[in-house]
Design a protein around this ligand. Structure first.
Ligand SMILES: Nc1nc2c(ncn2[C@@H]2O[C@H](COP(=O)(O)OP(=O)(O)OP(=O)(O)O)[C@@H](O)[C@H]2O)c(=O)[nH]1
Ligand SMILES: [Mg+2]
Length: 198
């Protein structure tokens, strides 16, 4: 995908904050600090469009970005951060549940995990939620550059075996540092977009 323009649209938490659903939308979710914002910057070829946080669990808002006036991407707040109080956790569930259920423009949910940790219970439950809502979950394991080649291959095999995934087809092995998996993720996203003439 050729990135011609990217722009921050807005942040919000509730339906009344959502931008008008004029373009197809793809959302990105994952545990805090997993590398969601870095993945988005890599995908959009921008160093710092999406803030990369030193403090995990800080971003409690949905953040929307326009890409090429063709597509909207939404960076969802991270989950599973131990230090977040229960009240915030409850809010997260409500906020994300509402968004996934009610956002009519939403085509797919990209679920991002750290390749070193794999898919944990909260990731798996989000995959289930997406499927129940007829949203395609696109599974991505990021930070692949953190493992040496052999360790990465072992980890890919281990994750795939545990969840019955096809190593090549079901998970995109990504690195925001090296750009590995970037083209594959774009291909998946592009495949969901309506074909525009010309
Ligand atoms: N080596 C390496 N580091 C990464 C990668 N992706 C993210 N990081 C680092 O991981 C940390 C967290 O990255 P973020 O992109 O802010 O993660 P996030 O999921 O958006 O975090 P929250 O919004 O706080 O939940 C930063 O220090 C990044 O530089 C990657 O692919 N490789
Ligand atoms: Mg972030």
């Amino acid at each position: 995908m050729k990135i011609r323009s990217t722009a921050f649209i807005k942040s919000g938490t509730r339906a009344e904050h959502y931008p008008p659903p004029e373009l197809p939308e793809i959302a990105f979710a994952g545990r805090s600090n997993v590398g969601k914002s870095s993945l988005l910057n890599c995908l959009l070829n921008r160093r710092n469009l999406v803030k990369v946080s030193g403090t995990p669990g800080r971003t409690q808002l949905l953040n929307w970005f326009n890409v090429n006036d063709e597509l909207v991407v939404c960076d969802l707040p991270g989950y599973g951060f131990a230090k977040v109080p229960n009240s915030v956790r409850g809010n997260w569930g409500r906020m994300i549940g509402e968004y996934l259920r009610d956002r009519e423009a939403l085509l797919a949910l990209v679920i991002i995990v750290d390749v070193r940790r794999g898919f944990q219970d909260d990731d798996l439950s989000l995959i289930d939620t997406a499927r129940e809502l007829q949203l395609q979950p696109i599974l991505v394991a990021t930070k692949c550059d953190k493992l040496k080649r052999n360790a990465l291959m072992n980890q890919q095999a281990k994750i795939s075996k545990k969840h019955g995934f096809d190593t090549k087809r079901d998970v995109i092995w990504f690195s925001a540092s090296s750009g590995a998996g970037r083209e594959q993720l774009w291909r998946r996203i592009r495949g969901l977009l309506p074909v525009v003439d010309g």
